[in-house]
Design a protein around this ligand. Structure first.
Ligand code: 2AM
Ligand code: CA
Ligand code: CA
Ligand code: CA
Length: 263
């Protein structure tokens, strides 16, 4: 994409996310309509759906030829998502936090052009922190440029995870966590990416859907993080899959431990 068109896309997405967030804040003190999806920990609210519809409408109007994948919209990733522009929308990431805490949730959009990372945006709504950018723009927290990831050994850093993988010790996860500096669980992929991008945590290990990873992947890879499946392969962006986000040294150590021979 031409630089001028990319600046326009960046400005538009920032504006629309801030508008969706302003609406979301108006609903913070209102009763929410909450339903379950796949199970009791998998929630959706009226605000998730309203934000999805709002953002999809704005994007479709401005980019009529683009493909849209949204958690609360047409959730399937089309086989040809790597052709042209594709927008992945997570209208509220951390819906459990939104329902229980009314904080610690994000609105996220990741944009790919011909399958390549183009632009990512994550907004921590209640903290008013906007993380945005891409390979051609650099990565910013509000207006401040963020620094590259620090490439340190596993034992030097904090790791974020999801609860279920820890309690079941899936793929030797407890052995990884035993070796690091400490464990943090934020309950939102977007909020976890915010900590990664700021250099406050070193790695994130979770099972993430395409809309959970799309924005964070663009931002994190641009700063030198890698995103790999547990077996060290590239992620597909087609389905929910296990993945590790970390700089080079730590990700190599994590992949080695998770594929340990004591199965
Ligand atoms: P969500 O809130 O948009 O659903 C912690 O639950 C993190 O994992 C959140 O970012 C959440 O995104 C995501 N997640 C992915 N699959 C989930 C599931 N089945 N149930 C709950 N959270 C899920
Ligand atoms: Ca969800
Ligand atoms: Ca999500
Ligand atoms: Ca969501």
């Amino acid at each position: 994409m031409e630089q001028e068109a990319l600046y326009r896309l960046s400005r538009s997405l920032q504006k629309w996310i801030l508008e969706a967030a302003a609406y979301t804040r108006t609903q913070i003190k209102q009763p929410l309509t909450v339903s379950t999806k796949s199970g009791p920990n998998d929630l959706v609210t009226n605000v998730d759906c309203a934000n999805q519809a709002f953002l999809a409408e704005k994007i479709k109007t401005a980019y009529p030829n683009a493909q849209l994948v949204g958690e609360e919209g047409a959730g399937e990733v089309p086989d040809d998502w790597q052709q042209g522009l594709t927008f992945f929308i997570d209208p509220i990431d951390g819906t459990m936090n939104f329902v229980k805490q009314r904080a610690n949730f994000a609105i996220m959009i990741g944009v790919y052009e011909d399958g390549q990372p183009l632009f990512g945006i994550i907004y921590d709504v209640m903290a008013d922190q906007l993380f945005w950018g891409g390979p051609q723009l650099g990565i910013f927290e509000n207006e401040a440029a963020l620094k590259n990831a620090v490439d340190e050994p596993l034992q030097e850093g904090l790791i974020c995870v999801n609860t279920r993988m820890v309690v079941t010790n899936e793929a030797h996860l407890q052995e990884v966590l035993y070796q690091c500096s400490g464990v943090r669980i934020y309950g939102s992929a977007g909020i976890t990416f915010a900590h990664l991008l700021k250099g406050q945590v070193q790695a994130y290990i979770s099972k993430l859907a395409p809309w959970d990873i799309a924005a964070g992947r663009v931002l994190a890879e641009t700063l030198g993080f890698q995103v790999l499946q547990f077996d060290g392969q590239s992620i597909s962006m087609m389905r929910k899959e296990g993945m590790i986000i970390a700089p080079k040294q730590a990700i190599q150590e994590i992949v080695t431990i998770m594929n340990g021979s004591n199965d």
